[in-house]
Ligand binder design. Structure first.
Ligand code: GDP
Ligand code: MN
Length: 390
């Protein structure tokens, strides 16, 4: 299920975001066709790496990341990777990147730790494809440090993490600098997560110094802050979202798909939550959370019905409206409109209470919609909808 508040970026989008904040990343180019990938590879030079861009980890193990030593290999790999299925995700785009030399693979991430109300920075020298196993079997191999947001990320934080993680002495500075930039990116872009796995240590260059770079990028942005970041709002990847969730977002509704068969609509998050609870108590399984919001107009209700019914699992729908700013007669108008536009086959149970509830019920009665049942209490409505869904 796509999260209510997070937008997951593809690796290359994350790397482009990192680059804006000075986090070192290899150069690369994006492509959606074999020809495009080969042209990008020619441009970048060989050896290069062709990387599947899908919103799921473990691409390396699934064969979605391949090294190409020449044009023929680039073409072969691009052909194999584009269209490939990686754990249920079809690859539609690749990122072609200059190959990196790797001395060591570290791990770094920053998440917002809600319980501590602070960002939590993690660092390990055991990065790479098996970090989950490391976290499970050897949790001490991952150094952790909460950062006071008012103080920000300081050099001593970097030294403490590097020391705890056992980072090689010669790369403590570049690792610290990368973490510092990563923290800037995390804060400035209002991310919920930034993860670099692997953060690679590159072999000594001409001057004998080893460096570090982000070889992979996982970034989750806070949906609720996207309006402050016009350039990030474009990064949402529609194909990764559930179609009903996407539809709801486009219509400005707060919707989360669940796995039951009773469609739910309410106005106000609190009311929708308690409606879910009451339906569950009555023995039913909600198919979604849908908050039509305060002051819901008829059009919003019509849209909401469309979104709810787009989920094929829905066998019955419960409307639970508490009229305050929202007028119950508007809700009825929206419902009648929806029935006029769509061929509604499932039963609806409607409970209207508060502003203009009487008028709302009269409208429904006059419209004589088939299969619409009016109940006057939340409990009765829940019991009825569960019965109708069976
Ligand atoms: P993930 O499997 O989806 O997490 O994809 P990553 O981007 O983390 O890549 C997986 C692994 O592929 C890395 O841990 C590296 O070992 C390897 N890899 C990726 N890019 C390169 C590269 O440029 N050069 C080399 N030698 N290996 C790479
Ligand atoms: Mn990775």
């Amino acid at each position: 299920m796509a999260s209510l508040t997070g937008v997951d970026l593809l690796e290359y989008q994350g790397k482009q975001l990192f680059a804006r904040h000075g986090v070192p990343v290899p150069s690369g180019a994006h492509a959606t066709t074999v020809e495009g990938a080969v042209a990008a590879a020619d441009e970048l030079g060989y050896p290069c790496v062709i990387k599947a861009q899908v919103q799921i980890g473990g691409r390396g193990k699934a064969g979605g990341i391949k090294l190409a030593g020449n044009r023929r290999e680039a073409e072969e790999h691009a052909r194999a990777i584009l269209g490939m299925d990686i754990r249920g995700f079809t690859v539609h785009e690749v990122w072609v990147e200059q190959a990196s030399q790797i001395d060591a693979e570290y791990y770094a991430s920053i998440v917002f730790d809600r319980s501590a109300r602070r960002p939590l920075v993690m660092l390990s020298t055991k990065g790479g494809m098996d970090i989950e196993a490391v976290a499970e079997e050897d949790p001490d191999a991952i150094a952790r440090l909460h950062i006071d947001p008012l103080l920000g990320f300081q050099d001593f934080h970097a030294r403490r993490l590097a020391f705890d993680a056992g980072v090689d002495g010669d790369v403590i500075r570049p690792v610290g600098a990368l973490l510092n930039r990563l923290y800037d990116a995390f804060v400035a872009e209002e991310a919920m997560l930034v993860e670099v796995n692997p953060m690679i240590v590159t072999p000594a260059d001409g001057s004998g110094r080893r460096g570090v770079a982000a070889l992979d990028a996982k970034v989750t942005l806070d949906d609720n802050s996207l309006f402050r970041h016009a350039e990030n709002a474009e990064l949402r990847n529609p194909s990764a979202e559930d179609p009903q969730e996407r539809m709801a977002k486009e219509r400005g509704l707060t919707y989360v798909k669940l796995d039951g068969d009773i469609g739910i609509l309410g106005n106000g998050a609190g009311l929708v939550m308690s409606t879910l609870d009451v339906v569950a108590q009555a023995g039913g399984r909600p198919a979604n959370f849908l908050d039509a919001g305060g002051g819901s107009r008829a059009e919003a209700i019509t849209s909401a019905v469309e979104v709810i019914l787009a989920n094929q699992n829905v066998k019955a729908v419960l409307f639970n409206i508490f009229g305050g700013i929202t007028r119950c007669d508007e809700v009825s108008r929206g419902l009648i409109e929806a029935f006029g536009q769509m061929d509604v086959k499932v039963p609806f149970v409607v409970r209207l209470d508060g502003t203009n509830d009487e008028a709302g019920r009269e409208l429904l009665e006059e419209a004589g919609l088939p299969n619409v049942h009016v109940e006057s209490t939340m409990l009765d409505a829940a019991a009825r909808v569960v019965e109708l869904a069976e």
